[in-house]
Design a protein around this ligand. Structure first.
Ligand SMILES: [Zn+2]
Length: 545
């Protein structure tokens, strides 16, 4: 086999001026569609863009380097077995995309200092940053006043914060113990519809593979109940704090997943109970979880857990295989330690995926990676907690093995590198993830980067690396992705994969670098300034195409 792309030995960097013809990029796979229309040989399979990425992108069907069980390169087995012809298929193949597709959903605004961040695949760092600028709604500090006045009229032992915490502890224990009577024992039985809904919720949660589940009240003195909520429960006294749940799945989640829920606690004749939830708007909205939509099944290997609904076991098994292959692919490109475990959620359809992600339109998206973050009150630091890859089942179920593999490896590369922070330019964030995912494909740049190929051949290539905003919602997002990944490929081939990693890591942190800082990092890692690197990469691209 020929060496795959980016395989330049890290210990023996090649001179920057090395002609590209000496690289494997000049090699082409036999019958790899040389005469096919630009970037679309017959075996090219459509790949729905992932969140914020590559609208109308196509993928080559040249095989990635897969474990020994994978078929050799370019065997007929790589031919797409299916095409997205189902009526529900989104218009991401040769058609105009639905409005808004390809645009990463904004991170849902969260109250307080913690928040689940939908670290959109690639746009992970951007969204992490976005969360920090989400301002808490300004409002009168009525909550504390009400809490105090309430306390004045009630026995001291019924302090709602203390009572709510006790109820939450019981609820968490009941979830882990699968104790339905205990779970429902803290719910206000008089509210029949909510009680029934909670009973059904318990049945669904009982199918989730929880290893741990805890609650905390973020700020016990902060009561978010609005006058309309108080009227709804009047004359009963209510208490509506922001509650944070943390959970781990069995065998996964070195750090827990954070999620938010806003229970309305109500004082009943029998004591405090949970009377409702989701009533904290405009101050906060409950997160949606995959067990909200139905019971769960799991498929797992030593490293991967796929959580899905009954009926999707075939897709779950395929994702499990793709994810298990991806660890080795990522290890070829990324040597820093990471958890090396992922949880993949398979919602029933796109609508459920949108609810899980908090996005309005995922029609152009194949998968999303998400993390939770927790900022520390005393400083600007935040910890990244939990991680999930959420697939858009509506799109991804049509993918053949190669395309599923590319998506899995790309997303998992984001997970592997997520701790670097939000300061990295997108051409490196997305470029590195795509470089990692496409790296094993033994095919020329014209096949692996079709959007860039078309861009160059149309005379639109301006020899510059894409700005961050081109990765989000731009008509040229697909080009931007190809530019970023080809830049990473050029760095790896010219200087070695270790230098590419070093360049990526040099941008670790939260602050976006200035042009001067970017240039300094290039000089420090590659020994040449940014503009020189950019010009050499652009010349290399032109030679390839
Ligand atoms: Zn990405």
């Amino acid at each position: 086999m020929k060496p795959s792309d980016g395989a330049a030995p890290a210990s023996a960097p090649e001179p920057p001026s090395q002609p590209a013809t000496s690289t494997v990029m000049a090699e082409r796979a036999p019958a790899a569609g040389e005469d096919a229309p630009a970037g679309r040989p017959p075996w090219v399979v459509p790949l729905a863009p992932r969140l914020g990425e590559r609208p109308r992108r196509t993928r080559t069907a040249a095989p990635p380097t897969l474990p020994a069980t994978a078929p050799p390169a370019l065997r007929p087995a790589w031919l797409p077995a299916t095409t997205p012809t189902a009526p529900q298929a989104p218009g991401w193949w040769g058609q105009r995309p639905a409005p808004g597709w390809g645009v990463p959903p904004a991170a849902p605004a969260r109250r307080g200092r913690t928040g689940r961040v939908l670290a959109v695949l690639a746009a992970m760092v951007v969204l992490l940053a976005a969360v920090f600028v989400v301002a808490r709604p300004a409002r009168e500090p009525v909550a504390q006043r009400q809490l105090r006045s309430g306390q004045a009229n009630a026995p001291a032992r019924s302090d709602p914060g203390t009572e709510a915490l006790r109820l939450l502890q019981t609820r968490a224990r009941a979830i882990l113990d699968r104790d339905k009577s205990a779970f429902l024992g803290v719910v206000d039985r008089r509210r029949a519809s909510y009680y029934t809904a909670q009973s059904r919720l318990f049945d669904r949660m009982a199918t989730a593979p929880f290893a741990a589940y805890t609650f905390r009240i973020v700020n016990p003195s902060d009561d978010l109940a609005t006058p309309s909520v108080r009227r709804r429960y009047a004359p009963a006294r209510v208490y509506l704090p922001e509650v944070q749940a943390r959970y781990r799945f069995i065998g996964q989640d070195d750090s827990p997943v954070l999620t938010h829920v806003y229970y309305t606690f109500v004082q009943t004749p029998d004591g405090w109970r949970i009377g409702g939830q989701g009533e904290a708007r405009p101050y906060g909205a409950d997160d949606t979880e995959i067990w909200d939509a139905g019971p769960l099944r799991t498929a797992r290997s030593a490293r991967t857990l796929v959580v899905y609904h009954p009926g999707d076991q075939v897709l779950a098994a395929r994702l499990l295989t793709a994810a298990d292959n991806a660890y080795a692919q990522i290890a070829r490109s990324w040597s820093l330690p990471w958890e090396r475990k992922v949880v993949i959620l398979v919602p029933r359809d796109q609508h459920e995926a949108e609810r899980l992600v908090g996005a309005k339109d995922l029609s152009g998206v194949a998968a999303v990676s998400s993390s939770s973050i927790e900022s520390v009150r005393t400083g600007a630091d935040e910890r990244v907690l939990g991680n999930r890859i959420i697939v858009n089942t509506t799109n991804i179920k049509f993918y053949d093995r190669l395309n599923l593999q590319v998506v899995a490896t790309h997303e998992m590369t984001h997970v592997a590198t997520r701790k670097l922070g939000g300061g990295m330019p997108m051409y490196l964030v997305e470029g590195f993830a795509d470089y990692s995912a496409l790296r094993g494909i033994d095919a020329p740049l014209s096949i692996t980067r079709p959007a860039l190929t078309k861009h160059v051949r149309q005379g639109r290539f301006d020899d510059t690396l894409p700005a961050d905003d081109l990765f989000r919602g731009s008509n040229d997002a697909a080009v931007a992705y190809d530019q970023g990944s080809s830049f990473c490929l050029w760095v790896a081939r010219t200087y070695g994969n270790a230098k590419l990693q070093a360049l990526y890591r040099s941008f670790a942190g939260e602050g976006k670098p200035t042009s001067f800082e970017q240039d300094a990092r290039f000089r420090r890692v590659l020994g040449i300034g940014f503009e020189t690197a950019e010009a050499r990469w652009a010349a290399w691209v032109r030679r390839q195409l």
